[in-house]
Design a protein around this ligand. Structure first.
Ligand SMILES: Nc1nc2c(c(=O)[nH]1)N[C@@H](CN(C=O)c1ccc(C(=O)N[C@@H](CCC(=O)O)C(=O)O)cc1)CN2
Ligand code: GAR
Length: 204
C-alpha cells in the first residue's frame, strides 16, 4: 500500500510535528509528510520541517485583504501537496468549511473534548479545578473543537501544577496518542459516520 501523504499545519514550537517526523522515518509507519504549513514566520515548527528537508509554506492572515482570501490561499496551497490527511498540530487558526470539505483534517487539542475548547485548554482545565484532563484527537468540523473524536488520552492534574507544567505533561501524552492514531489511520483507513469514528479494517 502506498504511504499516506500528510500535510501538517503548525503555529509554534512543533513538538507534535517532530513526533510525526520521527515516526515517518520508519517506512513501516505508513505515512510521509508532504509539506508543513504555518500561519506565521520564524517559528520552531517551520525550522523543524526545514531541518528534515520537508517543503514548507506560510500564509499569514495579515497578508490578505479578507479572511476569505486567506482561507482560499490556504486551501490552494494545501491542495498542491495532494494530502490524504491534513494534521493541525498546534495550528492556531480556524479552518473554513470549504477547506474541511476538501481534506480529511485532524486536530490535536490539549484537553478532553468536549471540555475546555479553544486556545487555552490547559489553563481553563486548571482554573476549573479538574483532577483529570488530557488530550483529544478529532476530525475537524466547522465548530471549535467540536468534531468527531478519534482518540483521547487522560492526564492527571497534580496539586502543584501551573499551566506550563500541566501543558508539558499533556503534550507528552498527546504526542504518543497523535503518532499512534495517525499511523493506524494511514495504514488501516478511517471511517466517520456521524459522531462515530472507526479506525481499521471495518472502516470505509
Ligand atoms: N474549523 C476549525 N478549525 C480549527 C479547529 C477546529 O476545531 N475547527 N481547531 C484548531 C485549533 N484550535 C483549537 O483546538 C483553535 C485555533 C484557533 C482558534 C481561534 O480562535 N483563532 C483565531 C486567531 C487566534 C490567533 O491567531 O492567535 C482565528 O482563527 O482568527 C480557536 C481554536 C485548528 N483549526
Ligand atoms: N487549541 C489548539 C491548541 O491548544 N493546540 C495545542 O498547542 C500545542 C502545540 O504544541 P507544539 O507546537 O509543540 O506541537 C499542543 O498541545 C496542541 O494541542
Amino acid at each position: 500500500m502506498p504511504e499516506a501523504r500528510l500535510v501538517v499545519l503548525v503555529s509554534g514550537s512543533g513538538t507534535n510535528l517532530q513526533a510525526l517526523i520521527d515516526a515517518c522515518a520508519d517506512p513501516a509507519y505508513g505515512a510521509r509528510i508532504a509539506a508543513v504549513g504555518a500561519d506565521r514566520e520564524d517559528i520552531e515548527g517551520l525550522a523543524r520541517a526545514e531541518r528534515a528537508g520537508i517543503p514548507t509554506f506560510v500564509r499569514q492572515v495579515s497578508d490578505f485583504e479578507t479572511r476569505e482570501g486567506w482561507d482560499s490561499a490556504v486551501t490552494t496551497v494545501v491542495e498542491r501537496f495532494e494530502p490524504d490527511i491534513v494534521v493541525s498540530a498546534g495550528f492556531m487558526k480556524l479552518l473554513s468549511q470549504d477547506f474541511l470539505d476538501r481534506f480529511l483534517t485532524l486536530n490535536t487539542h490539549p484537553a478532553l473534548c468536549p471540555s475546555f475548547p479553544g486556545m487555552h485548554g490547559p489553563r481553563d482545565a486548571l482554573e476549573h479545578g479538574v483532577k483529570v484532563t488530557g488530550a483529544t484527537l478529532f476530525v475537524v468540523d466547522a465548530g471549535v473543537d467540536t468534531g468527531p473524536i478519534v482518540a483521547q488520552v487522560p492526564v492527571a492534574v497534580e496539586e502543584d501544577d501551573d499551566v506550563a507544567s500541566l501543558h508539558e505533561r499533556i503534550k507528552t501524552a498527546e504526542r504518543a496518542m497523535l503518532v499512534d492514531a495517525v499511523g493506524r489511520i494511514a495504514r488501516e483507513g478511517v471511517s466517520v459516520d456521524g459522531r462515530k469514528v472507526r479506525i481499521g479494517t471495518s472502516a470505509g
